[in-house]
Unconditional design. Structure first.
Length: 319
């Protein structure tokens, strides 16, 4: 199977190695000539996955037309903030026979749209899937057992992804709840920052357990309110990703929150390479909601207990 991966970051590279493990033909695209030249010279992207070698049979290019023209499957693995530009360019070269898999997570800053909405603005297709779940790129590379949710409404797309990506290292669980999977993959970032803040403030694991459990209920209610299936919370994209992101020192969001909780100054945070930390703007973004949805969100908000550590923290009481 011919697979094009848009994005040569850590996750794109990790996925390329897993696709390659299954004997697919891989071509990776980056918009940056310097990045392309560097990877082709060293056969690694030492800025994101130092020491991880990319096999010679995986082609690296900065020509999107060349990258996608023969592909059966196109995987979008760029940061959420770059999806709009990438999808706009992809529109010129996409063919109706091609399947699209979104591996990017997040919410677009200006529109508050999920990634699938951004892609669909430019490309109209039902051959679309979203993959999401608790999985650090370095762990995929190390070939440890990992599970991802595969959300799609197209059986052909599901079959292609299972045949090209799933193997003894990576398990895919399918669902048709694309919205629910995207909600989980986005909102968990905010919760992970908050979990890190609790840790940085010195609260024990028992308090974090309470916070994460309450957050599960909030995400479940949010998914239902926005039109998804509340069952999605009990998936690799839901509980799995939340658990990983909210507890691991490898989590960028958890690390950012921990540094805030420890009252590190801006200089210390900059030394931690903030360019690699997820943008915290998502925590203050409003959703574009219908009046009924807005009312439901208000009910969720009012259910917060003023006695919880996170509520007090958000009110400025961090003592």
């Amino acid at each position: 199977m011919k697979i094009c991966i848009l994005g040569c970051g850590a996750y794109g590279i990790a996925l390329s190695l897993m696709f390659n493990e299954n004997n697919n033909n891989i071509i990776m695209w980056t918009k940056f000539k310097e990045e392309k030249d560097g990877i082709n010279k060293k056969r690694e992207n030492d800025k994101v996955l130092k020491g991880v070698k990319i096999p010679d049979n995986i082609i690296i290019t900065d020509d999107m037309k060349e990258a996608v023209k023969e592909a059966n499957l196109i995987v979008i693995a760029v940061p959420a903030c770059a999806v709009d530009d990438v999808a706009m360019e992809l529109k010129s070269y996409y063919k109706k026979r091609q399947h699209i898999c979104i591996a990017s997570k997040g919410i677009e800053q200006e529109s508050c749209h999920f990634v699938e909405n951004v892609v669909s603005k430019y490309i109209k297709t039902n051959k679309l899937a979203v993959i999401s779940g608790g999985s650090f790129a370095i762990d995929i590379v190390r070939k440890v057992p990992i599970g991802l949710s595969l959300a799609t409404k197209n059986k052909s797309t599901e079959k292609i992804l299972k045949s090209t990506l799933q193997n003894k290292y990576l398990k895919l669980r399918t669902t048709n709840d694309i919205l629910g999977v995207e909600v989980c993959g986005s909102i968990k970032n905010v919760i992970a920052i908050a979990s890190g803040m609790l840790h940085g403030l010195g609260y024990p694991e028992s308090t974090q357990c309470m916070f994460i459990t309450e957050s599960l209920h909030d995400i479940k209610n949010l998914i239902k309110t926005l039109g998804g299936s509340k069952k999605t919370i009990l998936s690799f994209a839901g509980f799995g990703d939340l658990l990983l992101t909210c507890t691991s020192y490898k989590s960028r969001n958890f690390t950012l929150g921990r540094m805030i909780g420890e009252k590190k100054d801006k200089k210390a945070i900059k030394k931690a390479k903030p360019s690699k930390l997820e943008r915290a703007f998502i925590s203050s973004l409003p959703f574009s909601l219908t009046p009924d949805q807005d009312k439901a969100i208000d009910e969720i908000r009012e259910d917060l207990s003023s006695t919880t550590p996170m509520y007090r923290l958000l009110q400025g009481d961090v003592g």
